[in-house]
Design a protein around this ligand. Structure first.
Ligand code: RTP
Ligand code: MG
Length: 146
């Protein structure tokens, strides 16, 4: 198939201005991964009894996610403010600049997640990055945030 449709490559770089200091957030750890169903269930455990739980787990484990530990003063609240309401339609009513207004399509496919509290952030970071060998994780800081 490569003969008929030769695969081309391009290099894209998120340059330091965009990667490191957007709205004051530092990306202190990042990785791209497909979440297992088990990790996805643990991630969304607070919603275990909700009718949309199975869909939620199925969706977030269906293809790669980019996981970021974002660091700044007041990071939890400020990131949730940047995302906007859970439902992209509500986000659009609030402001077209909100991440869920720009990149979300419906309440399930809403593009981004943000921890709801410092305690949740700590739990989620531990779940996602807690047992990683360092070569799989890009880190700009010596110590794990959260
Ligand atoms: P997230 O955890 O993903 O950052 O979103 P959130 O705090 O704004 O919303 P949360 O209540 O924690 O819900 C988690 C995800 O479940 C889906 N959801 N569906 N059908 C529904 O009524 C409904 N409600 C929530 C959303 O995809 C949400 O991101
Ligand atoms: Mg939530």
């Amino acid at each position: 198939i490569g003969f008929f449709f030769p695969r081309q490559h391009t290099l894209a770089v998120i340059k330091p201005d965009a990667a490191e200091e957007q709205k004051g957030f530092i990306i202190s750890h990042q990785k791209e991964t497909i979440l297992s169903k088990e990790v996805a269930e643990e991630f969304y455990t607070e919603h275990k009894e909700r009718p949309f739980f199975d869909q939620l787990v199925q969706f977030i484990s269906s293809a790669p996610c980019v996981l970021l530990v974002l660091s700044k003063e007041n990071a939890v609240e400020d990131w949730r403010a940047a995302m906007g309401p859970t439902d992209p339609d509500k986000a659009k009513e609030t402001s077209p600049d909100l991440l869920r207004a720009r990149f979300g399509s419906d309440i399930l496919h809403n593009a981004v997640h943000g921890s709801s509290s410092e305690e949740q952030a700590h739990r989620e970071i531990q779940l996602m990055f807690g047992d990683q060998s360092s070569e799989q994780v890009t880190s700009s800081e010596g110590e794990m945030a959260g």
